[in-house]
Design a protein around this ligand. Sequence first.
Ligand SMILES: Nc1nc2c(c(=O)[nH]1)N[C@H]1C(S)=C(S)[C@@H](COP(=O)(O)O)O[C@H]1N2
Ligand SMILES: [Mo]
Length: 532
Amino acid sequence: MKSIRAAWSGARPRAGALAARLGAGALTGALAAAVALAVGEAVAIFTGPSSAPVYAVGEAAVNLTPASLKEYAVEHFGERDKEMLIIGILAMLTAIALLAGVLALVRYRYGAVLIVLFSAVGVAAAVSEPESTWTWALPSVIGGVAALAALRLLVRSFRGPAPAQPAAEVEPQAEPAAGRRTFLVTAGAVAASSAAVGFGANLISSRRYDVSAARAAVRIPKPAYPAPALPAGVHPDVAGLSPFFTSNDDFYRVDTDLVLPQVSPDSWTLRIHGMVDRPIELGFADLLKQPLHEHDMTVSCVSDPVGGPYVGNARWIGASLPSLLRSAGVRSGADQLIAQSADGMTIGTPLASVLDGRNALLAVAMNGQALPIAHGFPARMLVPGFYGYASACKWVTDLHVTTFAAEQAYWVQRGYARIGTMKTQSRIDVPRPFAHLNAGPVTVAGIAWATDRGIASVQVQVDDQPWQDAHLAAADNPDTWRQWTYDWAATPGTHSLQVRAADDSGAYQPSAQAGPYPSGASGYESLVVVVA
Ligand SMILES: Nc1nc2c(c(=O)[nH]1)N[C@H]1C(S)=C(S)[C@@H](COP(=O)(O)O)O[C@H]1N2
Ligand SMILES: [Mo]
């Protein structure tokens, strides 16, 4: 009994020292990582925000993520998928950093190896980005070197002054109070300076690269071809039904960017090349000098689940894409147009469709304003009839006339359909799923779309009764969604409602359920409501 108690009380100071050591190690590692990120951010002031380590690793992760996992992320985190990715990367980074710190207190070299590996991952990620240059390696390299220095500084201050005799490793049983204070003061100084450098650099960087002021200065000329007057009654007055035009702030956003590309209209150029007789390069002022078309168009994402939010409708202004291509002289044999953006995205559209007379645009304005930065400023492509991944390249800088045999676009390389034809779809906006309603007249309302083809009819089914025609609101043009209402005489009980739409061919959207991958979701939206 006595010996056990003696052993126990003897173990306590040692356990305490171990805990202190682990704590100091973790702090050392976390601070070394903070220094790497802060210094990386500072170097990225010169090399560009996407070259900063966290973003570089994040964007590489986005590019390496299998399409199925991307679908999962978009479905479960929605447009917050990017925040989740950043949080995940920071969590992984923290875990490795803590380990590096603990190891460094055992032997500096062990911790240093982890930091070097770490910065190598940052370098690899940065230089693998399609639009990168060799300078993109610098934030991770210089950040890594700074982290090594911080690691050494912290390890030394933890160990205290070197012992008089040149012994190899000294393992103090308990750190003297004075030594511990030096370590904590050093750690505090490193923490404060890395926070100041990191946040300061981030601020400077976002100011330096922000093109909001240039965007505000853009004057979009009056379109040579204004949109025809909008028919009255495109939007039935039903509370909860989407507005006919989606505001720029509410428009869904889908892209692979963790930091938005900031493309200055002054330096922007568009190159049209490949299988053409006369390659063209034009600047933003040249683009604005083209006869501009004003056109209403719905855009939707292949990732939109049935009944989902990734669809929006806007009034666009842009130059005619077919006219520009024709002025370059498209050669026979070409069957694909690959648009490439400032951030390296590639988007492939069937060339015949672009040239067949539909209103394909190089858009510069959205709902009466220069394109928002998030939606492709200064210019984006839009082609009715196709999902965004296959037609709607934002921040577009390069149009390559080529063939499907020669080149595969970004999402096609990841398994999505080569030709991203937009499927006919319909959605119920009101009532909401599981709504509690009063028996009597209920207005069911929603939207339906099949851009380029247009919507010919919409039907609603209550429970397993026969399908009934919904009332179609006035049509703007075939490239926009069509709103609809259905007057339902609701009876008490639990009911299911479903909707289906037909495009101009008269064919109803397929009832078979399919997820977004690889060619867009299909099936009917259906929901349950409770009537009392
Ligand atoms: N440069 C670039 N353009 C892009 C994308 C992208 O990731 N990068 N995403 C595409 C996809 S998948 C869609 S659905 C539309 C979305 O356009 P929006 O964000 O303006 O709604 O943009 C398309 N254009
Ligand atoms: Mo998309």
